[in-house]
Design a protein around this ligand. Structure first.
Ligand code: HAM
Length: 416
């Protein structure tokens, strides 16, 4: 039996890696004053049918539950967020700055960078219409990636504005009913043959291609770049009106993050969705909103690709999995004393391991090394003294068993 296509098993190394990614996400989100929240993994299918857009509805993992409800594993978080915010709107001061880390499910064709489950970091700001919030959000997205060791040479945030296209359609008297299909065609244009996009765009093809190729002009986008320039982050962004995003609910500024080499799928994407909360609450609550999500799959591929990021990740994985102390039981008569010490050390927060069954001393030291232990404590002939060995230098000292705990605590407070 194997995992289903597009689903991953996380062995300890994979979990260690994933935990480092999550820890970094949490750390940077907190630097920006975002607070963590979580929604349910299963929702009414209707929630996605209402506003996510045709593409994501086709990719739903959905079924009828035992209570005859139509339900779906969440493919994204934004509709849940809009539902939750509409229900609890009065309980919080605006703007809300919320982040969440969770697993999402899309029945996609499995390919490089796209699986049927993935983890996402979502960051959203609710209740702020000013462009200052868009600038803050893009800066946050950039800082997540900088924290992994990436520079402006490694990735770029392509920013765009759906209003640019709405103005464009209005200018060309395109009926509103066609707008969604046209936006979908523009969204896919970078990934599809030009002729296929041209067919979908019809008589607008030439002017749409011309707008994309010229980069598009928008005072709002210039202002956004200026805001990032003031923070020293302008080199991380590029205006590109070819980005419109596949999800249907976006209303204004949108952006997607790609590796500079153009090797991978999008690392992150998001934008403004000022009408979604009103639409999902039948107009009872109306609040501007914006956010983005970053997935773990492409991020992991890019970390492997860029040596600086790969080394930083290896270092943090090694640090996270290290133990402090390995207790070597050199004489089985001392096992009970050694275990009493193990318990006391663990109670005080040290990471401690020892051999569960009688084991050759040389093998125990090898295990201590493999586990990255800073110290080894040897329980043997020296009793009631214990030999304390510093693993990196090989230096040894004898410490009386009665003083050992105080000695180790003093040592660890000096080294931290
Ligand atoms: P999205 O662009 O659909 O946006 O997904 C965000 C990121 O999740 C993508 O850039 C990609 O890294 C990752 N991702 C998506 N699908 C897959 C997949 N099948 N396999 C691996 N990774 C994947 C949203 O989901 C929006 N709800 C983001 C948002 C939050 N907008 C506002 N707030």
């Amino acid at each position: 039996m194997q995992a289903l296509p597009g689903f991953r098993d996380f062995l300890p190394d994979d979990c260690a890696r994933r935990n480092c990614v999550f820890a970094q996400w949490r750390e940077v989100a907190r630097r920006y004053g975002f607070v963590e929240w979580e929604g349910p993994p299963l929702e009414a299918t209707e929630l996605y049918k209402k506003k996510s857009g045709a593409e994501i509805v086709e990719q739903l993992f959905n079924f009828t539950d035992k209570g005859e409800r139509e339900v779906a594993l969440r493919p994204e978080l934004t509709p849940t967020l809009a539902r939750v915010v509409a229900a609890h709107e009065r309980e919080f001061k605006k703007p809300l700055k919320w982040f969440s880390i969770g697993q999402f499910f899309r029945y996609e064709k499995q390919q490089r960078g796209r699986l049927r489950e993935h983890f996402q970091l979502n960051c959203d700001i609710i209740g702020e219409r000013d462009l200052a919030a868009d600038i803050e959000l893009v800066a946050l997205c950039i800082d997540f990636l900088r924290a992994f060791g990436f520079t402006e040479k490694d990735f770029v945030v392509r920013i765009s504005d759906r209003e640019f296209w709405i103005d464009f359609f209005r200018d060309k008297n395109v009926p509103v009913e066609r707008w969604d299909d046209l936006l979908q065609a523009i969204d896919k244009s970078a990934r599809e043959p030009r002729e296929k996009t041209a067919e979908k765009l019809g008589e607008l093809a030439d002017s749409v291609f011309a707008a994309i190729e010229s980069g598009g002009k928008s005072a709002k986008l210039e202002q956004l770049v200026d805001g990032l320039r003031a923070r020293g982050l302008a080199d991380f962004v590029a205006i590109d009106v070819g980005i419109v995003r596949g999800l249907a609910y976006y209303t204004g500024i949108v952006f997607e993050v790609f590796d500079r080499a153009g090797k991978f799928r999008a690392i992150a994407g998001g934008g403004r969705y000022d009408n979604l909360i009103a639409q999902l609450s039948d107009g009872t609550v109306s609040m501007p909103a914006l956010g983005f999500a970053m997935g773990d799959v492409v991020l992991g591929e890019l970390i492997n690709e860029i040596p600086r990021a790969r080394e930083a990740m290896q270092k943090s994985i090694a640090n996270a999995s290290k133990i402090d102390i390995y207790v070597v039981v050199a004489k089985e008569q001392r096992r009970a004393d050694a275990l009493a010490q193990v318990q006391q050390l663990r109670d005080r927060g040290f990471r401690v391991d020892y051999p569960l069954t009688p084991t050759k001393v040389a093998r125990q030291f090898q295990t201590a090394e493999d586990l990255g232990a800073r110290l080894a404590l040897l329980y043997g002939d020296e009793w009631p003294q214990v030999k304390v060995k510093t693993m990196t230098t090989g230096a040894q000292e004898l410490v009386s068993h009665d003083h050992l705990l105080a000695h180790l605590q003093a040592q660890s407070s000096l080294s931290s």
